[in-house]
Design a protein around this ligand. Structure first.
Ligand SMILES: [Zn+2]
Ligand SMILES: [Zn+2]
Length: 397
């Protein structure tokens, strides 16, 4: 990266930073749950209009926003940058002066930070139009926490003509000024299942007259774990978690039905594809042996987030140039958490990276988490440089 370009970008970032901080505080104060991001979207659209983006579309896939900024150096490819906007149903316990004003709702996943980073980047790129060729598409996505927003944006044409896409997620446990990334699997797929086990109710003192769905369900829960321990290679990763088990209504009644729900996480699409068959075989076998009936509803949710190697290298190069080589962390392991950013990666190569929000920060999705102001600068720097690098590198080639 040329020193001159770095200075130009630095100056632009420093100029927009106070505004980005203010915008984050506003978003943090007014969190909205998935599918209800109306005021958030209104605020973001208003800011984008003020900045003078070239096009602005609202109500995309619900409360989503698409905006474009076109460079002045001629035609070139389209790069998408994505931020999510929704908050979580948690009562904030933080002490900041901008803490949530909405009871029971807060930005516990830091999506206020992601949106502020993207708004700040919009501002730098509007100022740096003369420095790139091509188009930057800004995607403000609703409903990430319920894994629905990305699909809605894509179904509304949000990825049409996009050549590459990047996103970041604020990461507690990592110092501010550091980023983390890995090629290939970055986050897991997240699929869900519902199992209904029908037996026959009876008096608890006369179990021989029943077909006990609790006993069958308990064995289903433990047998499902053998998919992980006995059917999957020990060097592969899969998680099967039964997270709900509902049955019964009294101490002395064997109920007629048990309902189980849970999630399956994988790091490869291949393994993911064969999991429904494995789950069904175990459920059918156990229920059959115990004379119970079952119904299985298995739903594919979010795919595996698979970072493109070339795009990961671009993130690393840009990270080394603007944050320093020592601040680009090569992640050894993916997370078995899921991110609906994966959906975009089915339509264009791209990469998601972690942006450090502080080594001592509380974990994501907890009542005292706060993205903070400090990560905004490295976040805006990364996005701005990625856009400039991608949109010039490609057109020069
Ligand atoms: Zn989250
Ligand atoms: Zn999140």
């Amino acid at each position: 990266m040329l020193d001159q370009q770095r200075d130009t970008v630095n100056a632009a970032v420093n100029e927009v930073l106070p505004h980005a901080i203010k915008m984050r505080h506003h978003l943090h104060r007014h969190p909205e749950l998935s599918f209800h991001e109306e005021q958030t979207a209104k605020f973001i659209a208003m800011k984008l209009e003020e900045l003078g983006v070239d096009s602005l579309q609202t109500s995309i896939g619900g409360n989503g926003i698409l905006a474009t900024i076109t460079g002045l150096q001629g035609t070139g490819p389209t790069l998408a940058l994505r931020a999510d906007m929704d908050a979580l149903p948690i009562q904030e316990e933080g002490e900041s002066e901008y803490r949530s004003e909405r009871d029971g709702v807060m930005h516990a996943c830091g999506h206020d930070g992601h949106s502020a980073v993207l708004l700040g980047t919009a501002q730098t790129l509007c100022r740096l139009r003369a420095n790139f060729a091509g188009t930057v598409r800004l995607i403000f996505q609703p409903a990430e926490e319920v894994a629905a927003g990305a699909r809605a944006i894509v179904d509304s044409g949000g990825m049409k003509d996009v050549d590459a896409i990047f996103a970041l997620h604020g990461w507690p446990g990592m110092d501010v000024g550091k980023i983390g990334i890995r090629p290939g699997a970055m986050m897991a797929s997240a699929d869900t299942f519902d199992i209904t086990i029908d037996g026959r109710g009876a008096h608890a003192a006369m179990p021989h007259l029943s077909v006990d769905p609790i006993v069958a369900g308990a064995q289903v829960v433990t047998a499902l774990q053998t998919i992980v321990s006995r059917e999957t290679s020990p060097v592969d990763s899969v998680v099967v978690s039964v997270t709900q088990f509902h049955a019964g209504s009294a101490h002395n009644i064997i109920p007629g039905r048990a309902e189980l729900k849970g999630t399956v996480r994988c790091l490869t699409s291949e393994l993911r594809q064969i999991m429904p068959e494995r789950v069904e075989r175990v459920v059918a076998g156990v229920c059959g042996a115990l004379n119970a009936e079952y119904k299985l509803n298995y739903r594919f949710g979010t795919p595996v987030t698979i970072n493109d190697e070339r795009m990961v290298n671009l993130v690393r190069e840009v990270g080394a140039a603007c944050l320093g080589e020592e601040n680009v962390v090569q992640l050894e392991w993916p997370s078995l958490g899921a991110e609906d950013f994966a959906v975009y990666l089915g339509h264009a190569p791209g990469a998601m990276f972690r942006l450090g929000t502080g080594a001592a920060k509380p974990p994501l999705h907890t009542p005292t988490y706060d993205f903070g102001d400090e990560p905004l600068k490295p976040g805006i720097e990364m996005f701005t440089h990625l856009a400039l690098r991608f949109l010039r590198g490609q057109s020069a080639a």
